[in-house]
Design a protein around this ligand. Structure first.
Ligand code: SF4
Length: 55
């Protein structure tokens, strides 16, 4: 699995990128999950202030 990003909701705050322990998400215009790295840890889902992420 890989974390899903709701691109209409993401405000590109960067908190998910900062919290991810495996470098599995990058934020440019919106957050983009890296399927090859994501391990379904969920720290990004918890920290997102606008609930833009889900597993
Ligand atoms: S924490 Fe949420 S709002 Fe912030 S960049 Fe990540 S997905 Fe977007």
């Amino acid at each position: 699995m890989v974390v899903k990003v709701d691109e209409d909701t993401c405000i590109a705050c960067g908190q998910c990128e900062e919290v991810c322990p495996v470098d599995g998400i990058k934020v440019n215009a919106v957050a983009v999950a890296d399927e090859s790295k994501c391990e379904d840890i969920g720290d990004c889902v918890e920290i997102c202030p606008v609930d833009a992420l889900s597993l």
